[in-house]
Design a protein around this ligand. Structure first.
Ligand code: FAD
Length: 303
């Protein structure tokens, strides 16, 4: 149609071609340990569908207060046993003595796990965080403890919109530096929707002399109402344009998935245009959205 051709300006053509050209980024995927047999089956279906995208690593979360200790361990073990993937086990400080945390870390080391995502964790059931009297107080203490056990690769958390309990962005940078000094070599961000939040975090890290990779955490929206609720709890803001974009879509899951995949792919493309080449996907144990985004970024599952 003539008008369509006229509207497709030269700049837009170049941009579209740019989106689909060049080498794809690298990715990692986050899963949570399943509670039921049915959830286990759907997790493994998701892992099977996403594995061919050759993620750099796949991480498995650790429930509040160690509530998923056995399930996290079992999932990580099965990843080691049955897949070519490199697992990263999350581990937290909450409600456990150092001895207990160390014994979990030793089990991982003995099983061949070499990558830990080290976190403080949040209090079980909400409220103010109180360290265990014999426990690690902060994530930086945990990182140091892990390094005493084995030469783990250690990733830690960062927060583009500031950690909710932190008084300032400056403190967030000091805390990240302490985790790096203790041995962390990668930071993975809390998810965000406005990419400016991530880019400002990267600017602050650069200004603070931080050179480890800071990997954006990307959440493809599987359910908008739930994402809004969770975002309120973890301090990630939901911009008004997103509320408009997803209005009414939870009742139309197929349309919502298409919109969600397109949005996450656009976030990644904008971040790539700023030089970011690794993305960590919060998969919510569902493959289709993350697979669609990876495909749009140029990754191929070859299956
Ligand atoms: P920290 O780095 O210890 O920081 C926590 C707070 O303490 C911050 O406000 C910081 O400013 C403050 N602080 C740190 N050090 C000091 C100090 N020396 N003096 C004074 N204040 C200090 N939670 C889970 O339960 N299980 C998971 O598997 C999990 N995975 C996650 C993965 C990612 C990528 C992210 C981003 C978060 C994850 N979380 C998980 C959530 C995380 O545990 C919470 O956000 C928690 O509140 C902060 O963890 P942290 O490791 O950043 O803590």
């Amino acid at each position: 149609m003539t008008i369509g051709v006229t509207l497709l300006q030269e700049g837009n053509k170049t941009q579209l071609a740019g989106w689909f050209a060049g080498s794809p980024p690298s990715v990692s995927f986050e899963f949570f340990p399943p509670k039921t047999e049915a959830a286990e089956q759907s997790l493994w279906a998701a892992i099977t569908q996403l594995a061919p995208f050759s993620p750099g690593f796949v991480s498995v979360t650790y429930g509040a207060g160690g509530s998923t200790r056995e399930r996290t361990h079992a999932t990580v073990q099965r990843l080691l046993r049955e897949t070519p993937l490199t697992p990263a086990a999350h581990l937290t400080c909450v409600d456990a003595s150092r001895e207990e945390v160390d014994s979990v870390a030793r089990l991982y080391w003995d099983a061949g796990v070499r990558h830990i995502v080290a976190l403080r964790g949040d209090p079980v059931g909400g409220g103010a965080y109180m360290p265990h009297p014999q426990g690690y107080t902060y994530a930086s203490d945990l990182v140091a403890g892990l390094k005493r056990i084995g030469d783990f690769e250690i990733s830690v958390a960062v927060f583009p919109e500031k950690h909710p309990e932190s008084p300032s962005f400056e403190q967030d940078m000091d805390v990240l530096k302490a985790k790096i000094d203790a041995g962390a070599t990668r930071a993975i961000s809390q998810y965000f929707f406005d990419i400016e939040h991530f880019l400002r975090l990267r600017d602050r890290a650069q200004a603070a002399g931080i050179t480890i990779p800071i990997v954006p955490g990307i959440l493809p929206i599987a359910n908008f109402a739930q994402a809004e609720k969770f975002s309120r709890m973890c301090g990630a803001s939901v911009p008004p344009w997103m509320q408009a974009l997803f209005a009414g879509l939870d009742a139309q899951p197929q349309a919502r998935d298409l919109v969600a995949a397109q949005l996450a792919a656009t976030q990644c493309r904008l971040l790539r245009s700023e030089g970011i080449e690794h993305f960590h996907f919060y998969t919510m144990n569902r493959a289709p959205l993350t697979a669609a985004v990876c495909h749009m970024l140029g990754l191929r599952s070859n299956c």
